[in-house]
Design a protein around this ligand. Sequence first.
Ligand SMILES: Cc1cc2nc3c(=O)[nH]c(=O)nc-3n(C[C@H](O)[C@H](O)[C@H](O)COP(=O)(O)OP(=O)(O)OC[C@H]3O[C@@H](n4cnc5c(N)ncnc54)[C@H](O)[C@@H]3O)c2cc1C
Length: 581
Amino acid sequence: MWRSRNRLCDRPRVASLQGENETEVVIIGAGPVGLCLAIELGSRGVDCVVLEQRARTVPTFPTANHISVRSMEHLRRLGLAESVRKAFRTDWGGDWIAVTYLGGHEVARIPDALADSTPRSDSPEREVWAPKPCFDPILESAAESFASVTLRYGVDVEGVSEQDHSVRCLGRGPKGGEIAVRAAYAVACDGAGSRVRQASEVPVVGPPPLPIRVHSAFFRSKRVGELVPPGGVQYSILGTASGPTKTPFGAGLMVAVDGHELWRLHGPGLDAQNADTSLAALRALGASDAELLDSRAWTPSQGICPRFRIGRVFLAGDAAHVVTPFGGLGVNTGMADAFDLGWKLEATLRGWGGARLLDESYHYERHRVATELLEYQGVDFSQSEPRRIRPPLPLYDAPDESLWEGGPSGDAARVAYGRGLVASRGDEFQKPQIDLGYRYDGSPVICADGSPQPDRTELRRYQASTRPGGRAPHVALDNGQSTLDRFGPGFTLVLTRPADDVAAFERQARARNVPLRVEFLPDAAPTYDHAWTLIRPDGFVAWRGNALPVEPATVLDRIRGAAFSDPNRGGTGTFAYSVVT
Ligand SMILES: Cc1cc2nc3c(=O)[nH]c(=O)nc-3n(C[C@H](O)[C@H](O)[C@H](O)COP(=O)(O)OP(=O)(O)OC[C@H]3O[C@@H](n4cnc5c(N)ncnc54)[C@H](O)[C@@H]3O)c2cc1C
């Protein structure tokens, strides 16, 4: 068994990466997923080293802008929600806006589409706009605040091999020297082009990439800030002052990176290989003072790896699945991988997790959810070859000259076109079912109880439920806290009625070293409609009942991945347990 640094006083901390170093988990890639995993592990006292190719001084290209309500709940659990909420300009807004051109007419607006300050009834958090250049530094500082986390920049990982119950990760440091880190586990968070995944020969299964190349520019311009209608974080620009740009995306999609002078544009006139062409395109749009900071060319693609685990190596984030930027799903899905995997690694390294936690449940749970998201984005996996049955991006009729006209006819054209645009984009921004409603039914570490599924038919409607396998619901407690604030770092048993026999359950948990907190929350009823609800460290319901199970050990062994007889393996049926009534 790999032992933690905390218990192994004579093992020095991995402080410098000269020669071979040891840690418990090596993370490849310090994007949002790698950093969230490092924070999750750091908060649990697990030693980890993060190896990142990029130099720290290089700002990250602004993608991954929209942080979902569920991601914010995890960040709240880790004490980071407040800083993330303030990362982007707080007095600006979070609207999606369509304009004829920069400085032209506003054609459509979806208020609070991407960041919303209105309190919600289903969560103590709200979605937030935090592009990578604002978000990643918060994650970096948080990760570094843990003594057990080491971040190393400028390290290009070349390969990971498995030997002697450990992995060996090899890379090149900033000066070209070889760097080796040995760990109990490796997690590849190295993005869509994951070298670790490629070296492991794990394919990405999905329809062919879209036959387009999107060019994106990250630029600085004070002038753009004067031209856009205030309050937007995403602007569809339909053309230039001289008329519409006849592409499916008009003259481009622009996002606010800091709400002042930093912007990112995906646009038809840009060329990532030619800065002059891009600058000319930006100026033609009205960004007369544009300074080009960085460029990218990319191909929207969709796919998923058939395995998220290869021996001691796990795949997470874009390394495991790729979606199109539509709906802001990429970063949030990847972060959810990290939050699922973090506690399972801790449980295994500390000895209380059973083999099924890492062997089966991580892949099962996260592969299932990522597949659902790809289906939502129009991919059909029901045939032997996955195929795209809907466009993965919302397309609407190209704008025409009538939108540029003045007077009542122009106004009428803009209103009509704007209505259609809003209708085509609506589901992209209002989808609590995707964000909060995803489930781990059939997981080998969830005790299904045979109750009916919550209604998941409507994208815009999330039905809170304590049915095992789903997110433990938020209930505003009488003292102003959320139920979510009462969950501990281990398992939490929420009791809504006094229970004398809870000590027996605690005893069984202690005997297995399963960390368990008991919370008596009568005001969580009736949403918590069973007297006992057992919540996992990542805030999912693992089991519920109205009394102590006859064999508490059976429940505890299943949720910690140590139960091997499972009639429902891979299905969504009922976990067989009985209760004392
Ligand atoms: C143009 C664009 C716009 C997007 N907009 C959004 C959006 O609005 N919302 C959203 O949710 N998602 C968006 N996405 C997707 C989002 O960027 C990704 O889903 C997200 O960044 C994935 O995070 P990650 O940590 O898995 O990977 P990444 O963010 O790609 O991070 C991977 C890290 O690994 C490092 N790395 C790679 N190889 C090595 C190596 N060999 N050794 C060491 N380090 C290595 C990289 O330098 C990088 O820092 C967008 C993507 C693109 C391309």
